[in-house]
Design a protein around this ligand. Structure first.
Ligand SMILES: [Mn+2]
Length: 318
């Protein structure tokens, strides 16, 4: 049984898809569970074998499993629908994750927790795992892992792009991954709704701290008017990073009923001239993530959440 975080991204889907396929090639079966709808833009990772976690399964999926693998997260609040099941389940589990935030998801005497915050992606860790075991890879696995490597590094542009990532990427290209078609399928097949949503978001854009901080909003009205889904908002927080001198970008998404999600991005110190650890800022509000990409949930009105997060960033920028 494979599980990853809510709001699945390329790295979580890629690592689940690749592991599912490798297990299948070993003559066994693995089911990957999703807490959300399968995102349309990741069709390149074969969606069959992914099962939607349903509310009547809150106490556990009906299938019979030998063990659980949790991928690309080690935080209870990112796997909320499965928390009761996982806390009660006696099944041994393996956790493979590259985030700095870490809850006690593993029991030391029973489970295996493989954490490597120096890895750019979980897919990179999975690739190294497969390489070490010598399990044969096929084109489907190569495509899935390449998706995670590429998306978690902003298509090999972010500061986490390192030689490990590029070595793994090279090996996956050798195994049949096609960078051009993966790029086109992920980034050049978005619905018109995504562009409309982006336009609405950019309408809210404002600069603070002499143009070193960008603040943007998304509201339910904007989603409705654009005809957009939650998945259409993925990566939109990165838009202001195209501006010279930008250091931190913040996107606040209002889900209604006082539920706010905040996405944070910061530029690497070599480019920005200062080192803003957005994971630390997120953690101070109960969130988490990486130094350059983090997130936090607020139960507060939008204005209040915004003023709190903005003043925390402004004091970090001082
Ligand atoms: Mn990841």
């Amino acid at each position: 049984m494979l599980v990853s975080h809510e709001r699945p991204d390329g790295d979580s889907l890629g690592s689940m898809g690749a592991l599912r396929r490798v297990i299948e090639l070993q003559g066994r079966r693995a089911d990957a569970f999703l807490f959300d709808e399968y995102p349309q833009r990741y069709q390149i990772i074969k969606p069959d074998g992914f099962i939607r976690w349903s509310s009547d399964e809150d106490t556990g999926p009906k299938g019979v499993y030998d063990g659980i693998v949790i991928l690309d997260t080690c935080a209870w609040n990112q796997i909320k629908p499965a928390v009761d099941f996982l806390k009660a389940s006696p099944l041994p589990r393996i956790i493979v994750d590259h985030h700095t935030t870490s809850d006690a998801l593993a029991k030391p005497d029973r489970d295996l927790h493989i954490a490597d915050a120096s890895s750019a992606s979980t897919c990179g860790m999975i690739y190294e795992w497969f390489e070490a075991t010598g399990w044969p890879l096929d084109e489907q696995i190569a495509q899935a892992l390449f998706v995670g490597l590429a998306t978690d590094t902003g298509w090999f542009r972010f500061s986490n792009t390192d030689e490990r990532t590029l070595r793994a990427a090279a090996a996956l290209l050798e195994t049949g991954a096609r960078a051009d078609s993966i790029y086109a399928q992920i980034y050049e097949t978005s619905a018109p709704a995504r562009l409309l949503l982006k336009a609405a978001m950019l309408n809210t854009l404002r600069f603070e701290a002499e143009g070193r901080l960008a603040v943007m909003r998304l509201t339910q009205d904007m989603f409705e008017q654009a005809g957009a889904k939650q998945a259409d908002a993925e990566d939109l927080v990165n838009e202001p990073m195209s501006v010279a001198g930008m250091v931190v970008s913040v996107l606040l998404t209002d889900y209604g009923q006082g539920k706010i999600r905040v996405n944070l991005r910061s530029r690497s110190p070599e480019v920005a001239g200062c080192d803003i650890d957005v994971a630390a800022i997120a953690r101070s509000f109960g969130g988490g993530g990486h130094r350059r990409a983090a997130g936090v949930h607020f139960e507060a009105p939008l204005e209040l959440a915004e003023s709190q997060i903005v003043s925390a960033i402004l004091s970090a920028l001082k």
